[in-house]
Design a protein around this ligand. Structure first.
Ligand code: NAP
Ligand code: GLV
Ligand code: GLV
Length: 323
């Protein structure tokens, strides 16, 4: 009997496929660091029953129309702004993502980035590498405190809440903004709901953890950066599209805000000539929020479990539903 075909858009460790191998014919783009060219994805998808894709693949209406026979598209990410979910659902194609398994790992990275930006960790490390450390001095690379400051989390979802929990360990005041009130997080973690403008006004650290949608595109724009304190530090670990990068650059350069820590960018990847990398007051990371060995493996396994469920005629574990 021929086995259903699953196309995987990036080279992943074959050990992770072992538990499913007897049931499926796996095909894979052979490169781990380069995305599959669109033409090859289109050709491979034509024969496949399910696709395991990365956030680098644009799964748009045109692709879905050509491949309406697919049963499932399993995205190896919790964010799914790369997929036209509405079109997929309309065509009867399941879309799944990877919530929960990456929450704590991404919260760790968010806090690491906040701390690195506040205490100028990468700049300080470069300072030694560039042989500039000649003496201890009273205000050498003096940064901002984190403890007892106010953190404002925009997007109090799974990761937002996990970041808030970490902030309690630093005795921070925690404000949040979200489209719906999160009464449980308010009770459990002690976070305070405020309107978006109030959060911008009062926070020392403003954290973007909202998904990229029509509503959140350029949420952090010129007006938002103007509203923030001059001492504010902006951290974006959600999607680059939630911020207007040009406005951010202006705000950082003119001193309207103090610093930014970014794991995501409007167009990824960025290269070393990107204007934000020319500034001393930014810490830029190459979209590594969920990147621990364990979590990335769990994300792949969750994708495979979702594909397996759908191809066995069951509901996937983590479907993406469009309200
Ligand atoms: P989540 O649990 O869905 O949380 C997102 C929160 O944002 C929800 O509470 C949602 O409110 C809120 N929200 C949505 N639209 C909003 C709006 N217009 N205004 C205010 N709040 C809004 O998702 P998550 O698992 O925490 O992940 C959050 C995002 O992080 C993902 O979408 C992804 O883009 C990003 N991410 C990045 C990395 C990385 O590597 N850098 C890793 C993981 C995730 P409701 O509760 O009302 O829906
Ligand atoms: C990563 O960015 C994700 O959305 O999981
Ligand atoms: C610094 O190293 C100190 O001892 O305060």
């Amino acid at each position: 009997m021929t086995k259903p075909i699953i196309y995987i858009t990036r080279k992943i460790p074959v050990e992770l496929l072992k538990p499913y191998e007897d049931r499926y014919d796996f095909r894979m783009w052979p490169e781990s660091e380069t995305p599959v060219p669109r033409e090859i994805l289109r050709r491979e998808a034509r024969e496949a029953d399910g696709v395991l894709c990365m956030l680098t693949e644009k799964i748009d209406e045109a692709f879905l129309s050509e491949n309406a026979h697919l049963q499932i598209i399993a995205n190896m990410a919790v964010g799914y702004d790369n997929i036209n979910v509405e079109a997929a659902n309309r065509k009867g194609i399941w879309v799944t993502n990877t919530p929960d398994v990456l929450t704590e790992t991404t919260a760790d990275l968010t806090f690491a980035l906040l701390m690195a930006t506040a205490r100028r960790v990468t700049e300080a490390s470069d300072y030694i590498k560039e042989d500039r450390w000649k003496n201890w001095s009273p205000f050498l690379l003096a940064g901002s405190d984190i403890h007892h400051k106010t953190i404002g989390i925009v997007g109090m979802g799974r990761i937002g809440k996990a970041v808030a929990k970490r902030a309690t360990g630093f005795n921070m005041s925690i404000l949040y903004h979200n489209r719906t009130r999160k009464h449980q997080a308010e009770k459990e973690v002690g976070v305070t709901y405020v309107p978006f403008e109030t959060l911008l006004d009062e926070s020392d650290y403003v954290i973007s953890l909202v998904p990229l949608t029509k509503e959140t595109k350029h949420l952090f724009n010129e007006a938002a950066f103007q509203k923030m304190k001059e001492s504010a530090i902006f951290i974006n670990v959600s999607r680059g599209g939630t911020m207007d990068e040009i406005a951010l650059y202006e705000a950082l350069q003119s001193g309207e805000i103090k610093a930014a820590g970014l794991d995501v960018f409007e167009e990824e990847p960025i290269s070393s000539d990107h204007p934000l990398l020319k500034l001393d007051n930014t810490v830029c990371l190459p979209h590594i929020g969920s990147s621990s060995m364990k979590t990335r493996s769990q994300m792949i396994t969750l994708c495979l479990d979702n594909i397996d469920a759908v191809l066995q005629g069951q509901q996937p574990k983590t479907p993406v539903r469009i309200e």
